[in-house]
Design a protein around this ligand. Structure first.
Ligand SMILES: CCCCCCCCCCCCCC(=O)SCCNC(=O)CCNC(=O)[C@H](O)C(C)(C)COP(=O)(O)OP(=O)(O)OC[C@H]1O[C@@H](n2cnc3c(N)ncnc32)[C@H](O)[C@@H]1OP(=O)(O)O
Length: 160
């Protein structure tokens, strides 16, 4: 069945040349391939870590959780950037956001095996910068809270 446009995740719009990120690149066969979408004023993504994403037995490795915050944050930033310009994510030119700063607070151990819900909310859109707060829910409890400062690459650093 053909997918409707509204089924596409933010990351599905990334051009091929920037679709190899370990966290969100749809062309990285070894990566997480995170898929983020709007859910009202928030954004949401789901991911179930693999058994080898272990910190201590039974709990998720913090670096994996940081990756989820990072790529959900940059994806949400990209979507917010297009929204702020009043255009769709398939319009030109593409906006290429990278992580300038990533802050992650681990509030309680995150159980391994449960599907994780990653949520985001845009705090600020200012020029080339978007600040997104993000959090991870497991079993109905918020386990992780973080913040991503995403900045559009300067023109000089863009390859295409
Ligand atoms: C269709 C969709 C397309 C999307 C494509 C997606 C691509 C793929 C996504 C995959 C990605 C996955 C994720 C990854 O893994 S991305 C990989 C990890 N990230 C990097 O390698 C980035 C390396 N850093 C840089 O390239 C530069 O430092 C950047 C470009 C980030 C900024 O250098 P630039 O010289 O351009 O910045 P500016 O001085 O003009 O400042 C501009 C604004 O930003 C604010 N600022 C700057 N730095 C920080 C900071 N550390 N904390 C807080 N704020 C910071 C600054 O105050 C100012 O705001 P304001 O003072 O005006 O308020």
């Amino acid at each position: 069945m053909q997918r409707r446009m509204s089924d596409l995740a933010f990351q599905d719009y990334y051009p091929d040349d920037v679709s190899h990120c370990y966290g969100c690149g749809r062309l990285n066969e070894h990566g997480i391939q995170l898929k983020s979408r709007w859910d009202g004023e928030e954004s949401v993504a789901y991911y179930t870590p693999k058994p080898y994403h272990t910190a201590v037995p039974g709990y998720v490795y913090g670096g994996m959780l940081a990756s989820l915050i990072d790529c959900h944050g940059t994806g949400t930033a990209a979507a917010a950037g297009y929204r702020a310009e009043g255009r769709t994510m398939d319009s030109q030119p593409p906006l290429r956001y990278v992580t300038a700063a990533l802050n992650v607070n681990y509030l309680r151990p995150t159980p391994l095996g449960d599907p994780l819900e990653v949520r985001g909310r845009v705090k600020e859109v200012k020029g080339r910068k978007v600040v997104v707060e993000a959090w991870i829910i497991a079993g109905g409890e918020v386990c992780v809270r973080g913040e991503v400062v995403a900045v559009q690459l300067p023109e000089a650093m863009r390859q295409s």
